[in-house]
Write a new protein. Structure first.
Length: 496
């Protein structure tokens, strides 16, 4: 098997073979000349609950880091909750270190057992994937997956089997990834009205939507999201129709992505996974149960202004409920700042890897220490940093051991801990004119208040570096990323 290098997503996901085994059942895509009749609010008899499994992986242990997978996944989660009636207790989330192979498969299995036959399930995956052209095999890459070691991956056949075994009426799989299959034609459709949505809902479905075909797809796009996730989130956020199905999403989404990147989203039923010709039906939260609109207020398309005003008033009544005299702002809800007149003692520990190799003289850590010194902060504990950086303590703190973080800070008389990791990797294969190499640097770090264990800030920054030496280019990239990180964190978490 050959693992293809990438400058975007390392041959992102849903690995090509699920839809390489698909055939067009019924695209259900509107085309010119189709009569569209807006569905009436609540006219489609949707039963059951909405569930979601959200997976996003940026911080791989062995594979190249990604930039926006976790942010994309959380953005999808937020719009599902805000606009489509999904509830937090019906959403399973796996990010970074949580998204191991066993945990992903356990989540798929348990979700399939927990849902009922009338429920609808959405699965969203953002992360690496791999496809073996010769063997026609595809995989998801969990956080611990090792390049060139397919035994550490999750096969598409397994994913398809989990989906096929789910009791839910509808399963909609969305993957910001590489996926197999070619562009397909459409059939002439009947009028799109409430009866059309009802028929789609009543028939079980197993449907997929992916960000591209066999080509690599972009990890970076707009506003911190991939180009695919940005337009998908925007489409779901801006939608004003009471109901929406995958084929309609694809029709609107595909040209937006294709016009802005060298990739074209695909959407088809998943063959061999139990599809019976229906589609997952998204329902706006204002339709059906638990509406934001006050009872008795019309929500028809002709009454948009009244509907929006009613929604606003309903939201106000939920958010602001005065009860007697105003209470002082609770400390727990207020932003935490460190007074500039009494600047805290800070300890900085940032591990660093250049092109997969750990270094003993990290440029990101050095840059942060230098900038703190220029701002008048006292940096402490430097004599022990290398030992801490190369031991197990830093990893445990980064994974959330606040007791250890507080102990580390007290041990070195620090009031603030800055802990993190930095990585560099080749941004372009080959060399540029003059033998120049392009390397991308990435720094992720947290600011922790030692006395309380509170995380004051958690940010990441990415920057490029150019040089004839790969190591030097990596140091330049990480140093620049460290400056950007300080620009974002310093005024918000360290200076009042």
């Amino acid at each position: 098997m050959t693992v293809r290098p990438t400058t975007n997503r390392w041959l992102l996901l849903l690995s090509l073979s699920i839809l390489s085994m698909t055939t067009l059942v019924w695209a259900g895509q509107p085309q010119r000349g189709v009569t569209v009749t807006p569905a009436k609010a609540g006219s489609v008899p949707i039963e059951g609950d909405y569930w979601a499994l959200i997976i996003g992986i940026d911080r791989y242990k062995f594979a190249p880091m990604l930039e926006s997978a976790v942010r994309d996944a959380r953005g999808i989660r937020d719009v599902l909750i805000a606009r489509y009636g999904f509830t937090k207790n019906h959403i399973v989330e796996l990010y970074d270190a949580q998204a191991t192979g066993p945990k992903i498969q356990n989540a798929l299995y348990r979700l399939g057992r927990d849902v009922s036959e009338n429920d609808s399930v959405l699965i969203y995956y953002a992360g690496h994937g791999q496809y073996d052209v010769e063997g026609k095999l595809g995989w998801w890459i969990p956080v611990e997956g090792e390049p060139r070691e397919p035994g550490t991956f999750i096969t598409n056949a397994s994913i398809r089997d989990y989906i096929n075994g789910m009791k839910a009426r509808h399963v909609f799989l969305v993957a910001d990834s590489c996926f197999s299959g070619s562009l397909f034609g459409t059939r002439a459709l009947p009028p799109i009205n409430d009866q059309w949505y009802t028929r789609l809902y009543q028939k079980p479905s197993r449907w997929g939507l992916t960000s591209g075909g066999k080509e690599p797809v972009a990890d970076r796009g707009k506003n911190g999201h991939s180009i695919f996730a940005y337009h998908l989130i925007s489409l779901l956020q801006d939608n004003s129709e009471p109901y929406l199905v995958p084929s309609q999403i694809h029709t609107k989404l595909a040209p937006l992505v294709a016009n802005n990147a060298d990739q074209t989203p695909l959407s088809e039923p998943l063959r061999g996974a139990g599809d019976e010709g229906g589609q997952f039906v998204f329902r706006l939260a204002a339709v059906g149960a638990d509406p934001l609109i006050s009872p008795g207020i019309s929500a028809t398309p002709s009454d948009d202004m009244a509907r929006m005003k009613a929604e606003l008033e309903a939201l106000k009544s939920q958010v602001y409920k005065p009860s007697g005299s105003p209470k002082p702002l609770e400390v727990a809800t207020a932003p935490v700042y460190i007074p500039q007149t009494n600047k805290p003692r800070i300890m900085v520990v940032v591990a660093e890897h250049h092109v997969g190799t750990p270094v003993t003289d990290p440029s990101g850590e050095a840059e942060i220490i230098k900038l703190l010194g220029q701002k008048g902060f006292k940096v402490v504990g430097q004599a022990q940093i290398r030992k801490i950086r190369e031991g197990d303590t830093l990893r445990q703190v980064l994974e959330g051991d606040m007791k250890l973080a507080k102990s580390l800070g007290h041990q070195h008389d620090a009031e603030i801990l800055i802990v993190g990791e930095a990585f560099s990797e080749r941004a372009l294969q080959g060399v540029m004119m003059g033998g120049i190499l392009s390397v991308r640097g990435r720094l992720q770090a947290k600011v922790i208040r030692v006395d309380t264990g509170e995380i004051l800030a958690s940010e990441e920054a990415v920057a490029p570096g150019l040089d004839v030496s790969e190591q030097v280019a990596g140091k330049k990239a990480i140093s620049t990323a460290a400056k950007q990180w300080m620009d974002a964190v310093l005024p918000r978490a360290l200076i009042h």
